[in-house]
Ligand binder design. Structure first.
Ligand SMILES: Cc1cc2nc3c(=O)[nH]c(=O)nc-3n(C[C@H](O)[C@H](O)[C@H](O)COP(=O)(O)OP(=O)(O)OC[C@H]3O[C@@H](n4cnc5c(N)ncnc54)[C@H](O)[C@@H]3O)c2cc1C
Length: 421
């Protein structure tokens, strides 16, 4: 067991105490340790999923001899680049169970981590703009009712009540109704990574930034350790949780993954006064929007149509996405754009994640969250920790193994993931 650096409990009393000391007494939220030669578990990737995996390994299984290795800075991958939408209105039973577990953990995550992740269950609507979408979303509402996920069908008039700035009679597609999840919403993405990192560090785990994994050592079909830019690190078990770079890491270990990596883009406007307190996704015209606490309109675009690793935005996507949203919300037409960016997402053929053991003993992968893994972080970490700790998946992860691609048991969520989110 490693000695735990305590970062102190955050509370209103701590805030008052620090205010009296000009905030000079805060300790670092997480430690910055030198890597040790060996750990029981090494997690590659300090995004939300990697950090949550480490956290639940400690919390649920008492395994704290863990290092999380990150080639850049923690949360600097997709976790710090997404548009923060949280929902669990998926169609298939295994997905609904996993995403709803995550959504329900988000409800109390601030208290659990003692870190304000700014969870805002403000409600989310997926607009139906074709008859086909109406049928698809009504089917999802029925499936969700059976799965115990609270969603409902809303009429155009109800959509207008929820989102007064919406234009129901767009030039291309009218709004015919929507799939509404009242407890869907957003959270602050950096805070999710920081909160998990602080809790892991408090448990004595090592979060090692600027430490790129460059090779994976195996012997007789079993993992032995990883080569990194900060030296060789041995481990009993290895969790690969690197989103868009999963294929490269799998190649280092000698196996292949059914993953394609593409850039997904987003942008934000200048901040304006509060005008929309619901998240709206318009899948047919392809764009979605919410308003941040600072007032910026947070706008999500699409994925590139070709594999690439550029973490940048492009004019083509901005134009396409803004065109879609201006017809849905005409009042945004004169807003100025503040910034745009991209992240490398890991897409599977059935648009569902992979939580799985691999052909190499002791190596586990967590990837394939594609355009929609932020919402899943707590549930994914929970399920992945169980898989790593017990060497076999629990009920949440059981259907998401790699073998589903060989056996043809796809978990088709192409409708739920019809728009990047
Ligand atoms: C523009 C955009 C908008 C999105 N919007 C939403 C949304 O609204 N809602 C939603 O649910 N999801 C959304 N997503 C998807 C979501 O962001 C991702 O699914 C999720 O963040 C993946 O988290 P992760 O921890 O798996 O990956 P990441 O956060 O990318 O973390 C992986 C980490 O691994 C590190 N790494 C890679 N290779 C190595 C190596 N060799 N050695 C060490 N470290 C390595 C990377 O540096 C990175 O920090 C969006 C994504 C993007 C890009």
């Amino acid at each position: 067991m490693i000695a735990a650096p305590r970062s102190g409990r955050y509370s209103v009393f701590a805030l008052a105490r620090q205010a009296l000391r000009q905030h000079s007494g805060w300790t670092r939220a997480w430690a910055n340790p030198e890597p040790r030669p060996r750990y029981k578990v090494v997690v590659i990737g300090a995004g939300g999923h990697g950090l949550a995996t480490a956290y639940y390994l400690g919390k649920n299984f008492g395994i704290t001899d863990v290092a999380v290795l990150e080639k850049g800075w923690l949360g600097g991958g997709n976790t710090g680049r997404n548009t923060t939408i949280i929902r669990s209105n998926y169609l298939q039973d295994p997905s609904a169970a996993l995403y709803e577990k995550a959504r329900s953990l988000y409800e109390t995550l601030s208290q659990d981590l003692n870190y304000n992740i700014m969870f805002s269950p403000r409600g989310l609507i997926m607009l139906a703009q074709t008859e086909h979408e109406v049928r698809g979303y009504r089917r999802t509402v029925h499936a969700n009712a059976l799965q115990g996920v609270a969603t409902e069908w809303v009429t155009p008039a109800q959509v207008k009540d929820l989102v007064p700035i919406i234009n129901l009679d767009g030039p291309r597609y009218p709004v015919l109704g929507g799939l509404y999840q009242a407890r869907g919403g957003t959270a602050r993405h950096d805070a999710v990574a920081w909160g998990y990192a602080r809790a892991c560090s408090d448990m004595g785990m090592h979060i090692i930034q600027n430490c790129e994994v460059t090779g994976i050592r195996t012997d007789a079909g079993q993992v032995r350790g990883v080569d990194t830019t900060r030296g060789l690190i041995g481990c009993e078990k290895l969790a690969i949780v690197v989103a868009g770079h999963s294929s490269q890491l799998a190649e280092m270990a000698g196996f292949r993954l059914p993953i394609e990596s593409v850039a997904l883009q987003a942008l934000v406007s200048e901040p304006i006064k509060p005008c929309m307190d619901v998240v709206v996704m318009a899948n047919t015209v392809h764009g979605y929007m919410s308003q941040s606490d600072k007032g910026e309109m947070v706008i999500g675009g699409g994925t590139d149509g070709f594999n690439n690793f550029t973490q940048r935005g492009s004019w083509q996507h901005v134009e396409e996405t803004v065109r879609a949203l201006v017809e849905t919300f005409p009042m945004i037409s004169r807003l100025k754009m503040l910034r745009q960016w991209g992240g490398i997402v890991d897409m599977t053929g059935d648009r569902s994640p992979i939580l799985s053991a691999t052909p190499v003993g002791g190596i586990f992968v967590n990837c394939g969250w594609g355009t929609g893994g932020f919402k899943a972080i707590p549930g994914s970490g929970w399920a992945m920790a169980e898989l790593v700790a017990k060497d076999s998946p629990g009920p949440l992860a059981a259907d998401f193994g790699l073998n589903r691609f060989r056996e043809g048991r796809f978990i088709d969520e192409s409708v739920a993931a019809g728009v990047a989110h």
